[in-house]
Design a protein around this ligand. Structure first.
Ligand SMILES: C[S@@+](CC[C@H](N)C(=O)[O-])C[C@H]1O[C@@H](n2cnc3c(N)ncnc32)[C@H](O)[C@@H]1O
Length: 236
């Protein structure tokens, strides 16, 4: 019998999806998709959650994909730079093109980095960051603890952190409805990825448990839409 991952009265079982968005078609569909609303929300929530950021600095964007969030951040914080890390060459290709179109090559720099970082050269060369953010990375990771431990690894003492990700719906039907509501006119490959991402996402109680396990229980967690939560605060 096919396991749809949910039964009446039961919560939807998490169904992991591949970590990297490595396919060209997949990366292109993602890079060309309309993320205006959630990505604007990411920047607005970050501004509200972290009102005391220094005037200038370099932020680290983990799982930067095609750099839309990194570029929006760079526009909103004109005295900041961004280092974006992702291990999908296809995504980085679209990201580099977007950075070039925006003329922000001096401030937004993308690099092929797989998390957790193992490359000795990257380990040697990487400095610590005063701000680390990530959008929609957590649900892709094979081990969710990688996000929280890499944040601790690359954050300066007292650094700010801001994470936004999808929430797993309670039922398969709700997941399908969200795809209809928010990706009705998108290409099939993007609709498929969105559904898979919703099914791979974590519930809020699971995220809170991860934070406690990582020693980051002081970070704040909040649901900000019908499909997103945020985590923010200072890394000790
Ligand atoms: C859903 S996309 C989000 C991209 C971007 N943050 C955004 O919001 O538009 C997730 C990205 O994380 C990257 N990724 C997933 N696991 C990774 C890992 N272990 N190391 C580096 N990048 C990873 C994928 O390749 C993909 O580009």
């Amino acid at each position: 019998m096919i396991n749809l991952g949910s039964e009446p009265g039961c919560q939807l079982i998490r169904q992991p999806e591949p970590e990297l968005m490595a396919g060209d078609q997949q990366a292109r569909a993602y890079a060309e998709a309309d993320f205006e609303e959630p990505h604007n929300q990411f920047i607005q929530c970050l501004q509200t959650a972290l009102p005391s950021l220094p005037l200038t600095g370099t932020a680290l964007d983990l799982g930067c994909g095609p750099a839309d969030i990194a570029l929006r951040f760079a526009h909103a914080f004109p005295r900041w730079s961004v280092d974006g890390w992702d291990a999908s060459e296809a995504m980085l290709l679209y990201g580099d093109q977007a950075v070039e179109r925006a003329g922000l090559q001096n401030r937004v720099k993308l690099k092929n980095v797989y998390l957790p970082v193992q490359d000795p050269q990257i380990k040697r060369e990487t400095k610590h960051y005063p701000l680390i953010f990530a959008n929609s990375l957590l649900h892709h990771l094979a081990d969710p603890m990688v996000l929280w431990t890499e944040i601790q690894r690359w954050a300066m003492t007292g650094a700010a952190v801001f994470i936004m990700d999808l929430l797993r719906p309670d039922t398969q039907k709700q997941a399908t409805q969200l795809v209809e509501q928010y990706a009705q006119n998108e290409p099939e490959i993007l609709r498929r990825d969105f559904l898979n991402s919703l099914l791979a996402a974590y519930r809020l109680d699971e995220v809170v448990a991860q934070l406690h396990q990582a020693g980051l229980g002081q970070l704040q967690v909040q649901v900000v839409s019908d499909r997103h939560f945020i985590v923010w605060g200072e890394v000790p």
